[in-house]
Write a protein that binds this ligand. Sequence first.
Ligand SMILES: [Zn+2]
Ligand SMILES: [Zn+2]
Length: 290
Amino acid sequence: MSKGGGGLCIRFWGTRGSLPAPGRDTSLFGGNTSCIEVRAGNQLIILDCGSGMRLLGNELVGTSPLEAHVLLTHYHWDHIMGLPFFAPLFMDGNTIHLYGETKQGMDVREVLSGQMIKPYFPVSMGIECQAEMPAHAVAPGDEFDIAGVRASCCRLNHPGDALGFRLDYGNRSVVYATDIEHGTKSDSHLEKLARDADVLIYDATYTEAEYEKLKGWGHSTWRAGVTLARSAGVKHLVLFHHLPERTDQQVAALEREAKREFEDVTAAREGMTLELPEGGRVRVLPDSEG
Ligand SMILES: [Zn+2]
Ligand SMILES: [Zn+2]
């Protein structure tokens, strides 16, 4: 993982949607739920707190003091369940900034602390977590600065709502749009957010046939991702939020199908890194551990 300098570096710690899906049939694309590490210069930005966040936390324990900025698309369980197992929370001197929507009068920190109460979890966020966790309220249409990284967001159509984020750093950009159902007016907001982005990480939960039966469930397809990538002028499309039941073979087949329509497409793999140097093409390193 490159640190410092220009460009962006994006590493996938969790790629699955809805529920962790470990096992032999998912070991290639991964069983952990949504969590992505973005490095922009010396800044660490984390997109969602799915179960993949545990492994990221284990790698970060040696960094002290740690400053991280965590952006939450929404609070469905698959996007928050890794936070109680994120080791840097329990280390004095760390600062973990939390960014997300205020819901039912609760800020992002209050919402997240709701999963760390008895009898659901033995350790509470308020008492046992030693890291500082400032809450930052975010609403659709906001633009804000994260220590030199420009962040912007829009509403995504999803049950209970979600946010799509864009990060711009130097001349590079990544858009994270998961948990979205296409086909509403939020499509045009996302198209604007994704305009000319280097990378679009997109909810490709369903096949077209599955989607026909599951309209209203709040998810999209690789084909809708390709349509958006084309119309927004996106350079590289990443298919994300794989269905828990989807085997590696099936994800690989969907990736091949998508490649016939859009050359620069990759199905997200756990452990995969995308390197966006200041100049040149997006580089895909399928397994940065290997
Ligand atoms: Zn989800
Ligand atoms: Zn969701």
